[in-house]
Design a binder for this molecule. Structure first.
Ligand code: TYD
Ligand code: MG
Length: 454
């Protein structure tokens, strides 16, 4: 006999409770509990996902006796995706791709599926009909006979098709549309997402097939559904970017098989997403006449050097409270840099409105961008341009000291490759004196920077 049961789930963190509560004891959010109907059918213990290999029981083994499994990674033709995944797709891994609606998640994964010619790929589309997927494939303009589209949201039927087809890669667009028979609540609810994801996870691990899951993100910008979804998958990648720009950034948030600070850059075009192999070129605007308030920072995203333009505008404050606005940079860090300039170098920023912008819609967390921001602020304050052939890479401390950063050699060589003539770094960074073609200037205090530039 089936037992009908309802449980209250926190829609924020996925915690469950037998009765409604106002404040979630696990994540602290208010009024997030919603009732969901759960019906565990008696057959639910027999999952249709896997083979019978799991019947044998696991035994504890000494770690040195375990043979290291060689994971031959599958390289996709998309070099940006390979890098973000930590060097190709790991067999049996489960990858969650999250992003805002319309950012290009479906386009990216369909494009990769179409370009992987030798592999059999199953694209499960719960959001769009096969005709719509076909229209997108026509736009991308790549023909591939081994890419199959399935418009099915019921996981039991889905796994049946998977066992018939035996695909090399499964793409699920999106996890919020899937539904399992073992749970009665609506598709997209916390318990459904959790159960469907665990069925997919079991399938991936048992069959060794990599599975890509597309997930929505909610208003606040975090991945919709329970936090446990992020724990269950091996890799979480986020696709982001400003809708008004055509550039898109693919970022790793979690990776069990590689670095979690990788970045891939794409450009959305009429026929799909184009990989941007040399991002520094697009992030620096081409200008003929020198402009004040613009400086170039040599930053590092993951292991990849990126030269990024920082723009500052300093104007007289018209209201009592001076305004500070920062796009792509931490506002508190900007206030700190302004305080340092005010106290240590005597610039009266307290009377000025300050606007800061990182070009290209990119968010930067690398502290090495500080020196470039300081230079842009002073350049705009004095209305004196900084030559477009110099760049900066150093952190600025509270007493106005210029601090060392990591991997300075890599940044210098990237700047040199892009034709910069001078780079300002910290005196505490040890650099071998073999940089031909670029002048490396070491500073210890912000004052020295001001003397050197203006
Ligand atoms: P889509 O992949 O449907 O986004 P998501 O799955 O993340 O919701 O991409 C939607 C946007 O991409 C849509 O606004 C149109 C644009 N687009 C292009 O500019 N060129 C293309 O070739 C394709 C397929 C989409
Ligand atoms: Mg989509």
């Amino acid at each position: 006999m089936n037992k009908v049961k309802t449980v209250f789930f926190c829609q924020n963190c996925g915690a469950q409770s037998a009765k409604w509560i106002g404040k979630c004891p696990s994540c602290g959010a208010w009024n997030t509990y919603a009732e969901e109907l759960i019906q565990k059918s008696t057959s639910s213990t027999v999952h249709q996902t896997g083979s019978n290999e799991r019947k044998q029981t696991a035994k504890p083994l000494p770690i040195h006796t375990i043979a290291a499994a060689e994971y031959p990674r599958l390289m996709t033709p998309d070099m940006e995706l390979n890098r973000v995944l930590g060097g190709g797709i790991v067999p049996g891994s489960i990858v969650l791709m999250a992003g805002e609606p319309g950012i290009g998640k479906s386009t990216l994964l369909l494009q990769v599926a179409l370009r992987l010619e030798s592999k059999k790929i199953l694209y499960v589309s719960g959001e769009e009909s096969p005709q719509q997927v076909k229209m997108r494939a026509d736009r991308i303009g790549i023909k591939n006979d081994s890419c199959y589209v399935l418009a099915e949201t019921n996981t039991a039927l889905l796994f049946q098709y998977i066992h018939e087809l035996k695909p090399d890669i499964v793409i699920v667009d999106s996890i919020q549309t899937l539904q399992t028979n073992t749970i009665e609540s609506a598709a997209g609810s916390i318990s459904q997402i959790r159960e469907c994801a665990s069925e997919l996870q079991r399938y991936a691990k048992e069959s060794g097939t990599p599975v890509f899951i597309i997930g929505h993100i909610n208003k606040e910008g975090s991945i919709a559904g329970p936090k446990i979804l992020e724990h269950m998958v091996d890799t979480v990648i986020q696709f982001e970017g400003d809708r008004h720009y055509s550039y898109r950034i693919l970022r790793t948030l979690k990776n069990r098989f590689g670095s979690a600070s990788e970045l891939g850059i794409y450009e959305m075009q009429g026929e799909g997403l184009r990989e941007v192999n040399n991002p520094s070129e697009i992030l620096i605007t081409q200008r003929n006449e020198p402009l004040s308030g613009i400086c170039i920072a040599a930053t590092l995203e993951g292991i990849r050097p990126l030269l990024i333009e920082t723009q500052a505008l300093v104007t007289a404050a018209v209201y009592g409270n001076p305004q500070r606005t920062a796009t792509g940079f931490d506002l508190r860090r900007l206030s700190m840099l302004l305080a340092v300039l005010e106290k240590r170098c005597g610039f009266p920023f307290g009377l000025k409105d300050v606007f800061l912008n990182i070009a290209g819609g990119i968010k930067v967390e690398d502290p090495a961008i500080d020196l470039s921001i300081v230079a842009a602020l002073i350049s705009s304050f004095n209305d004196m341009p900084v030559s477009s052939s110099v760049c900066f890479a150093a952190e600025v401390g509270l007493s106005g000291e210029v601090r060392a950063i990591n991997r300075v050699e890599q940044r210098i060589s990237e700047a040199q490759k892009l034709g910069f003539e001078r780079i300002y770094i910290s005196q505490y960074n040890k650099v071998s004196k073999s940089n031909k073609g670029i002048q490396v200037i070491a500073l210890s205090k912000v004052d020295q920077l001001i003397q050197a530039l203006f």
